[in-house]
Design a protein around this ligand. Structure first.
Ligand SMILES: [Cu+2]
Length: 338
């Protein structure tokens, strides 16, 4: 492992807030190729697509749609409580993360100075040389250390809709899906990155009321309250945020479990920095969630829950080992559990 004292690399102070991918840590990683488990026999297209009606046309609601490797979104939205209604009409699992840009930086800076670095790194990781891949991150611009991940819809399976509510400050943002094609190409590089301006004008949106609560901290994912069938909203509170070996902090994704869902494969898939990690097709049906946010933040996720088994999982290496692959059941209407 390289020394943590990397010369020629200085990151600006971040006021104790959680950044996005952390440059310093990325450069000192031990590659996690041991976690690289091939995924076999995965079905991507699901028959039980969910049509969600809430969220359309209400104050503070922003529609974002994918019809392929794209994010169709407004260029400008108002600030305050904002519900992103993410309709995935493509044939692959996607998400998008909201990245708040440092002063003066836009999506063009990301396209020019950040995306090519991640592409070069992943090419080397896919070729079996993760050490050389991670060394590429020395080429990231210094300002990238000040990009903040501030939420956004979690992973959404083809045909599903994710509803995620966050309180947005005015500023310049980038939205991005860095799920990967089977050859390792980031969806970002296939068209899934756009700029988003959040204005001073208030959205008029209100903070949602939660039916049950999810908290994520260094201790894992905790769930309090009883998830019942129906259209339900849960809060996701980020009590702590600790950067993990793949350069990212915690987030939470909701998964519907089938009898044949392989939890080991699911856990192994949640790490973008290994060859088969975060590649489509996904190993399970995702229903949305909340992307990484700074410690102290709360997001709200709304999903249609039918009786059955579910998991809440963080997109980190080996989430089960950190109590971040947590299963739960939604009982049927008569109080029994399927
Ligand atoms: Cu994607």
């Amino acid at each position: 492992m390289k020394s943590r004292k990397t010369p020629n690399l200085s990151l600006p102070a971040r006021s104790g807030r959680s950044p996005g991918r952390v440059l310093l840590l990325l450069m000192t990683l031990i590659p996690l190729s041991a976690c690289d488990v091939p995924l076999v026999g995965v079905a991507e297209s699901r028959p039980n697509a969910v049509s969600l009606s809430p969220g359309r046309g209400e104050p503070g609601t922003v529609l974002v749609t994918s019809t392929g490797m794209n994010l169709q979104a407004p260029e400008e939205i108002s600030s305050g409580w904002t519900t992103f209604r993410y309709e995935n009409r493509s044939n692959a699992t996607h998400f998008f993360v909201l990245e708040r840009m440092p002063e003066g930086r836009t999506v063009e800076d990301s396209r020019r100075e950040v995306v090519p670095v991640f592409d070069a790194a992943m090419k080397l990781i896919m070729e079996g040389d993760p050490a050389a891949g991670f060394a590429q991150f020395a080429n990231l611009p210094a300002w990238y250390g000040d990009v903040m991940f501030v939420g956004g819809p979690g992973l959404v399976a083809p045909g599903n809709t994710g509803l995620t509510t966050v309180r947005l400050d005015p500023g310049t943002y980038v939205i991005e899906c860095y799920v990967k094609a089977p050859d390792g190409t980031f969806h970002t590089s296939m068209g899934m990155i756009e700029g988003l301006t959040v204005t001073d004008e208030s959205s008029g949106g209100r903070e949602p009321r939660a039916d049950f609560a999810v908290t994520i901290s260094d201790a894992g994912i905790e769930l309090s309250g009883d998830p019942k069938p129906g259209m339900r909203t849960f809060s996701v509170h980020f009590a702590q945020q600790t950067v993990q070996p793949h350069g990212l902090g915690y987030d939470v994704h909701l998964v519907r479990l089938e009898r044949d869902t392989d939890l080991t494969a699911l856990g192994a898939w949640m790490n973008w920095s290994v060859p088969s990690g975060l590649t489509t097709p996904a190993p399970a049906e995702f229903l949305g969630g909340s992307q990484e946010m700074p410690a102290g933040s709360t997001a709200y996720v709304t999903a249609l829950l039918t009786p059955g088994r579910y998991a809440l999982v963080a997109e980190i290496p080996d989430p089960a080992a950190k109590n971040m692959l947590r299963t739960f059941s939604v009982p049927d209407g008569h109080g029994g559990k399927r």
